[in-house]
Ligand binder design. Structure first.
Ligand code: ADP
Ligand code: MG
Length: 367
């Protein structure tokens, strides 16, 4: 089922008399999620991810804009008539019911022509329990389950009605690191098997990148960029997106363009085809640095961290916005720990230039 969002906007009226503006939680969100895809809604806390999800699910009414599931306009439909499955961060299971009863519950509440026979309900319940691999836990109460198992029950309960669209709001946040990894792979597998169009909300860029077909990066209610995770990483539209994706994060420098030359501090690092002189911010991915005794960029060496196949070289440079520069270098090639300075040349496709005022990307070619 494709999900089409048209100019979706949500404004919460301001209740704080000291502040004279309303909260624009989501602003003009337009995007069509292709059928069967898993889309990751990504951004920092408060950027409007949950509000977007709740509008898709029907818990929040948009201030303006429309939502279509396939060709159906669902904008005015209540959640129970939309055919959505919703999973929250806190699993929200019924504590007094067994796993089986928890999963059965949504089916027992179906009305009219949707009503199922008892046998069908049980079959569906066991099928979906098998899918999320909790079929051996059916008689337990939620308090007798681990966090990961509870979240699987919540996912089973969302899937049992065979929703047209599955909506997950930070479903892994309450799990410890290992379970989080495991459960996200599970969600991916379940999504691939069921082919249900899925929206997955998270503030964790690594989680979104690893699980999604497409990511939507949001900031303060406004969509910044939409694309395949690798494409967005390789081609950020602006400084915010460049900074939000990647670990270790991108290194940001104050720079300028003069006579086509790109400067980081006083070092001219690249010859570009940028015609106008301007102040810029330069973002360099950690893997964009190459140790090179003749390289144009000089930094003071702070330390070397061994990571196995690669090493992380920590250095400083006056033009760097953060306290240190982190570069990832092939372990065979590392500087000696006694060196005071290191010189780098740069992989041009890992160097992004942004307008200092607007923070929008300036595309360039190396001359
Ligand atoms: P996220 O899920 O990305 O953390 P939300 O969608 O929950 O962000 O919130 C987006 C913005 O809308 C925030 O500024 C938040 O304070 C505001 N907001 C969310 N829900 C309400 C509400 N019911 N009333 C007023 N403001 C709200
Ligand atoms: Mg949220």
């Amino acid at each position: 089922m494709k999900v089409e969002l048209q100019h979706l906007t949500k404004i919460f009226p301001n209740r704080n008399k000291k502040i004279h503006s309303d909260v624009v939680a989501v602003s003009d969100f337009t995007y069509t999620i292709p059928d069967g895809q898993l889309v990751g809604l990504l951004g920092p806390s408060g950027c409007g991810k949950s509000t977007s999800l709740y509008m898709i699910c029907g818990l929040q009414k948009p201030t303006s804009g429309k939502i279509f599931f396939g060709d159906d306009d669902v904008t005015e439909l209540p959640p129970e008539n939309r055919g959505v499955g919703l999973v929250f961060q806190n699993y929200a299971l019924y504590p007094h019911m067994t796993v089986k009863q928890n999963i059965l519950f949504p089916l027992q509440n179906l009305k009219g022509s949707d009503k199922l026979t008892k046998e069908d309900m049980l079959k569906r319940t066991y099928d979906v329990a098998k899918l999320v691999q909790i079929d051996d836990l059916m008689d337990r109460k939620p308090s007798e389950l681990s966090g990961g198992q509870q979240q699987r029950v919540a996912i089973a309960r969302a899937l049992v009605k065979m929703p047209r669209v599955l909506l997950l709001d930070e479903p892994l946040s309450n799990l410890d690191a290992r379970l989080r990894l495991q459960t996200r792979e599970e969600i991916r597998r379940i999504q691939r098997e069921t082919k249900i169009t899925t929206v997955f909300v998270t503030h964790d860029q690594e989680e979104a990148m690893s699980i999604s077909d497409t990511i939507v990066v949001m900031k303060k209610g406004v969509v910044q960029q939409i694309g395949a995770p690798q494409d967005v990483y390789d081609n950020p539209a602006n400084l915010f997106v460049a900074k939000f994706l990647g670990t270790p994060p991108i290194n940001v420098f104050n720079g300028k363009v003069e006579g086509g030359k790109l400067y980081i501090g006083d070092d001219a690092v690249l010859n570009t085809n940028i015609e106008n002189d301007c102040e810029v911010m330069v973002g360099i991915r950690p893997e964009g640095f190459v140790l090179d005794p003749n390289g144009p960029m000089q930094c003071k060496l702070n330390g070397i961290e061994v990571m196995g196949r690669d090493v992380s070289v920590v250095s400083v440079n006056d033009a760097c916005v953060a306290p240190t520069i982190r570069s990832i270098i092939d372990a065979d090639n590392k500087p000696s720990a006694g060196d005071e300075t290191v010189r780098f040349s740069l992989k041009m496709h890992k160097v992004f230039v942004f307008d200092k005022a607007t923070e929008e990307r300036i595309h360039y070619e190396v001359k």
